[in-house]
Each structure stands twice: as structure tokens, then as C-alpha cells.
Design a protein around this ligand. Structure first.
Ligand code: SER
Length: 629
């Protein structure tokens, strides 16, 4: 059974158990400023896990595309990827452990026919300080299902607790989380490597085990002091599709599955080289191109900021690794086509965006190849013997006197230079080293150490920047953010009224301090137009319009003029927020909420809406930052 068939079977199995299939959410979270990317299946469902009603009901199933930028440097072994699909089934305050674990077990052993004796289960060992008991219930269920006692292992919160931020101590106020129970597949024929741990166990990183499913029993909400039980506990199940497919293949090399292997075959053909001899390069290219395609399908374009920068890094790394296997041009065009062909039968949006995405990638590749050439020139210039005198300021006399004198060329590639070439000139580290070796230039012993130190310092700088940028936000549902959220709806409508109906939301990010809104518009918005938008929004705040929501069938919602966000997919039914008299609304938007109940709340304390910045975000997309002051 291949990966596509596993996905289909999973949907069918859970549909039979009363679940509704919901579409994947965009890889770029909408209205969730806490993170740049959707990295798990539960992320887009947080409002519903906290108690909002989901239009599709209480039992949901989906396959959520996920992207984890933090894993980029790990890619290259047989199991790490930045992009993956997470199969998910959800009980929103409906069924619990007694149904979830036997269903998943049945899916694994009957539908996928995985041998029972290769399956292990892990459970939460409890935490007295937090007052959360050991999960003996799950262990008893596993035992009853036939998991051998020595294959049921208890772990602490570092492995068997799930929230978006990880362990309980790292969770923000209001964040949902809970103990989880994971299933691991033990591959045959993989020897334990005691470099990782003395004795092998399911969470050992040696590669013998692969985690294939995680049932989170989301029963708690973090409060400033400890935890509060959710009114109705949820089940949040997530299982990596690619890992399940690797288990079904009984081959720990995830790159051999049907969603990736055609890319590797394509690379073998393009390069004339064999996967067995070039695993690392081919894996990096295959992973990065899959991720890049989905990011671009979801509206990200290469740029120097936030998501766009990550996409740029993916493409550049892919192009750089392609050099290793001798592919010197047209990588993006050729490989992107293979990726599109794999996914288009199941993701129509991939086919729809194909032309635009591939054109953008071709432009990016051209640009980067110029960067590579520029980096090479910088490298060569540095290692050329320099004239003793300053060519610009030296007098003719000095020049004659010193004629023929050269400073000796630097003879060592230092960590500082390595970092400068990488950071400022975009010249990859491996290339700098390779060029040095070719020219007989010594590489300083501490070059890697110094490079890594500088890299870490830079990472710290950018983390601080992004922590500041995404401080607070809609995810914590604070009053300031909710007010700005409703204000953003007013602004979206006002922008359409002033600029025209071509204005479509391309992204939004709301913190307690400001709303940031990206939308399609071909030129700069004039100060007069911005003033008009401000006036309309302030007028609507003053009119104290009611804000209400209703569930509607998706086509009907669109027919009645609701707007949505570019790159977002919608299920059969959606929640539509209306501002104003529902018979003659000012704004209608597909949105998960939450919002203020009437617009007057936004203006409390004499606050007025003010646009503080208007700038280009990417080609054809403008960005507005606005506050209440
Ligand atoms: N949220 C859990 C995870 O990401 C299960 O969906 O593993």
C-alpha cells in the first residue's frame, strides 16, 4: 500500500466512525501571530479545542500539511524532513481514550496490516507536582488490545505531553495541552547504535524505532497557577503520513515512499548519479523542493523577510546541494514539475498554482546563480595578493616607489571570513571550503567553531527580533488582540470600498500592539486613500455596529459576498462573521473568531484607528500596519 492509499484509507476509516473530512489549512497560519508556519495538525484547530463550535461538527479527520523550519539543518539522514503531512482525527469534546486507542490500533493492524509484534506504545508517567496522574488507563487499553507488557513504556512530560510549546512549564496562559500516548514501529534489521543510548527504547534516536502516531488527550488549559481541566476533554491525534508509509514498507528510509521516491528518481536521471552514493544531497533537494512548492502554493514568495526568507533558504540550499551532484541549471523547473505531478491528484490547489509557482522559482534560481557567481568573485578578491599602496589615495611617487611590492595573499580561510561570505554574500560554507582546497588555501582549525559561534549569535538576534514581533497575539485571545481583530475586518472592507474589489487578503498578523495586513493591490496606496480608509473604519466604530456569526454552507457564503483569505481552503460549512445589520451588512468574512460583540467596544477610552505604515510586501502585495491610539 503506498502513501496516497494510506491517506485515503485513513479518511475512509474515520468517516465510517462518524468523522467529517475537513480540508488542510494553509502552511501560513491565518490570524495566528505566534508562529510563522503551521507545524502540526492541531494548530489551526486551537479555537475549537478551546471550546468554539466547529462548523463541521465534533468528529473531524484531515491531513494537514506541516512545515518545521527548525529541522532544516537535520535533513539528510533517512528520516528528517521539514515538510510532512500529518493525518489527524479529532474529538472536540466527544469520544475519548476508550474509542481512540482501539480505533487507531485497528487502523494499524487491520487496515495497514502492520504486524502487532513490531508495535510499541508509550504513556505519560504522571507528574505529582502538576497534579496530573500517571496514564494507567491508556496502558490498560493497550494491554487489552494485545500490546505486550514490555512494549508499553512510560515516559515523563519531555516525551508524553503535548502542547504547541512543548512541556507544561513552557506553555502560555490559556494554551491547551495534555498527556499523550504514542505508537512506535520497530523496523526489522536495524541494529541499535549505542552512540545514542546505552539501551535502546522507543524514543531512542538511533533509527530502530519510528513514531507513527500520537493520541493527545487534551484535557487541560494552562492557567497562571497550574492547570484547569477543559470543560470537555478532546482527542487530538496526529500521525505522520510519511512515517506510516515507511512503516508499511518496513524500510526506515522515508525517502523511499511513493510521495518522495519519484523526486529521487528524477534527480538520478538529471544528474546521472546514483541515490546510494549521494543520499544526503538528494534527500535535501527532495525535501526542500516539496516544502518550497507547498509554501508557494499557499501564497509565500521568495523574499528577505519572514516566511519568504525561509522559502528563499530552501530553494538556495536545494540549488547548492544540486551542484554536488552536478546539476548546474534548471533544477527548480524540472524538480518542481515532478513534485506537482505527485501531489496534484490529491491537492487541486497545487495544479492551480503550478504555473505561477514554477515561474517564481525559475526567477529565484537565476538570481541565486548570480549570487553564487558574486560570492565566488568576493572569495577570489580576498585571496588575491593586494598592492602595498592604496590604489585610490597614493601619490604617483609613492606608487613608483612601491612598484612591484605586494602584500602576501592571506593564506588561511578563517571562521570570520567563512561567516561573512555566507551571511553577506550568500556563499555557501561548503563551497568556500571547496574553493579553498582547490587553491591550496589552508582552512583554520577553529574555522567551524568560530563560524558556529557567529551563526548562533545571529540566530539569537533573529529569535529576539521575532519574539518581539510576535509578542502577544490572537492565540492568547487577549482583549487588545480581539479588538484589533475586529478592526482588521473593518479595515479589509474599507480597503475594498476605497481601492476596489481586487483587494484580497494575503496574510494577517495581529499582536496586542498592532495589526499587520497584507493584501493584493498593484501600486502604492496614496495618503488620501489611506485617510479615507481610516475615516471609514472610525465611522464604523462610532456607529457601534453589532458583530454576529453564523454557520453557512461554503458556496452560499461566497455567493452572499463573504471574503476569505488567499491560499485558505474551506470545508463544506464555514463560520461567517458579519459586522452591521445582517440584512445589509457592512462586512462579511469567513473567520474562526473571536471578535468583539459590537464595534463600539473598539473605541472605548476614546481610541481611534490609525494607519501607521503602508509599504510593499512582495510583488503586487501591499502591507499595512495599523493601531488603535
Ligand atoms: N498535536 C499532536 C502532534 O503534533 C498530535 O496531533 O504530534
Amino acid at each position: 500500500m503506498n502513501a496516497q492509499e494510506i491517506r485515503k484509507k485513513y479518511f475512509e476509516y474515520f468517516q465510517e466512525k462518524g468523522h467529517k473530512v475537513i480540508p488542510r489549512a494553509s502552511l501560513v497560519p491565518q490570524d495566528d501571530p505566534t508562529t510563522l508556519f503551521t507545524g502540526s495538525g492541531m494548530q489551526p484547530l486551537v479555537p475549537y479545542l478551546l471550546g468554539e463550535k466547529h462548523p463541521a461538527g465534533k468528529r473531524l479527520v484531515n491531513s494537514q500539511t506541516c512545515f518545521r523550519a527548525e529541522d532544516m539543518d537535520e535533513v539528510g539522514d533517512n528520516r528528517h524532513t521539514t515538510f510532512f503531512e500529518m493525518l489527524g482525527n479529532w474529538s472536540l469534546g466527544d469520544y475519548y481514550k476508550e474509542e481512540q486507542l482501539p480505533w487507531f490500533w485497528e487502523f494499524l493492524t487491520k487496515e495497514l496490516k502492520l504486524p502487532k509484534d513490531r508495535l510499541w506504545a508509550t504513556c505519560f508517567e504522571g507528574d505529582k507536582k502538576l497534579g496530573i496522574p500517571r496514564d494507567d488507563e491508556s496502558a490498560a487499553i493497550w494491554k487489552k488490545l494485545g500490546v505486550l507488557e514490555d512494549k508499553i513504556v512510560f515516559y515523563g512530560a519531555e516525551h508524553n505531553w503535548w502542547s504547541r510549546e512543548g512541556e507544561p512549564s513552557r506553555m502560555r496562559d490559556g494554551e491547551p495541552g495534555g498527556p499523550d500516548s504514542e505508537v512506535f514501529y520497530e523496523f526489522t534489521g536495524v541494529e541499535h547504535d549505542n552512540k545514542y543510548s546505552e539501551k535502546c527504547h522507543p524514543n531512542c534516536d538511533c533509527g530502530r524505532f519510528g513514531e507513527i502516531g500520537n493520541s493527545v488527550f487534551m484535557a487541560y488549559k494552562k492557567k497562571s497557577k497550574g492547570f484547569e481541566p477543559l470543560p470537555k476533554p478532546n482527542v487530538d491525534f496526529g500521525g505522520g503520513l510519511e512515517r506510516l508509509a515507511a512503516a508499511v514498507n518496513n524500510n526506515p528510509d522515508m525517502f523511499k515512499i511513493s510521495l518522495i521516491w519519484p523526486i529521487i528518481e528524477g534527480l538520478e536521471k538529471l544528474s546521472g548519479k546514483k541515490y546510494a552514493e549521494h543520499q544526503q544531497s538528494m534527500r535535501v533537494i527532495a525535501d526542500h523542493m516539496r516544502a518550497a512548492i507547498f509554501l508557494a502554493v499557499d501564497g509565500v514568495m521568495p523574499s528577505n523577510k519572514t516566511q519568504g526568507y525561509v522559502l528563499r533558504r530552501l530553494l538556495r540550499r536545494a540549488i547548492r546541494y544540486a551542484l554536488d551532484i552536478g546539476i548546474e541549471h534548471d533544477l527548480c523547473e524540472k524538480v518542481a514539475k515532478i513534485v506537482v505531478d505527485i501531489y496534484k491528484p490529491d491537492f487541486p490547489e497545487v495544479e492551480k498554482a503550478e504555473k505561477e509557482v514554477i515561474e517564481a522559482f525559475i526567477r529565484e534560481e537565476k538570481l541565486f546563480r548570480q549570487t553564487l557567481r558574486h560570492g565566488l568573485r568576493e572569495f577570489e578578491a580576498y585571496f588575491k595578493p593586494a598592492k602595498e599602496y592604496d590604489t585610490k589615495t597614493a601619490t604617483q611617487e609613492e606608487k613608483i616607489k612601491k612598484m612591484g611590492h605586494y602584500k602576501p595573499a592571506p593564506s588561511t580561510l578563517t571562521g570570520e571570513l567563512l561567516f561573512k561570505l555566507y551571511d553577506q554574500d550568500g556563499f555557501p560554507v561548503d563551497l568556500s571550503k571547496e574553493e579553498s582546497r582547490k587553491r591550496g588555501i589552508k582552512i583554520a582549525d577553529d574555522a567551524d567553531k568560530v563560524f558556529n559561534q557567529q551563526m548562533q549569535e545571529q540566530r539569537k538576534r533573529s529569535q529576539t527580533a521575532s519574539a518581539g514581533m510576535f509578542k502577544g497575539g490572537l492565540a492568547d485571545h487577549s482583549e487588545a488582540v480581539v479588538k484589533l481583530h475586529t478592526t482588521t475586518h473593518l479595515m479589509y472592507r474599507a480597503l475594498k470600498d476605497v481601492l476596489g474589489d481586487h483587494v484580497v487578503q494575503r496574510g494577517s498578523n495581529i499582536t496586542a500592539e498592532r495589526t499587520r495586513f497584507d493584501f493584493s493591490h498593484p501600486q502604492k496606496v496614496t495618503p488620501e486613500q489611506l485617510k479615507k480608509v481610516e475615516d471609514i473604519v472610525n465611522q464604523k466604530i462610532k456607529e457601534d455596529l453589532p458583530v454576529s456569526w453564523k454557520e453557512e454552507k461554503t458556496p452560499e457564503a461566497f455567493k452572499k459576498g463573504a471574503s476569505g483569505a488567499f491560499g485558505d481552503k474551506y470545508g463544506d460549512r464555514v463560520k461567517v462573521y458579519t459586522i452591521g445589520d445582517p440584512a445589509r451588512p457592512f462586512s462579511r468574512e469567513i473567520c474562526g473568531g473571536p471578535h468583539v460583540e459590537h464595534t463600539g467596544i473598539i473605541g472605548e477610552g476614546g481610541k481611534r484607528f490609525k494607519i501607521v505604515k503602508e509599504e510593499a510586501s512582495s510583488a503586487g502585495v501591499r502591507r499595512i500596519k495599523a493601531t488603535l491610539q
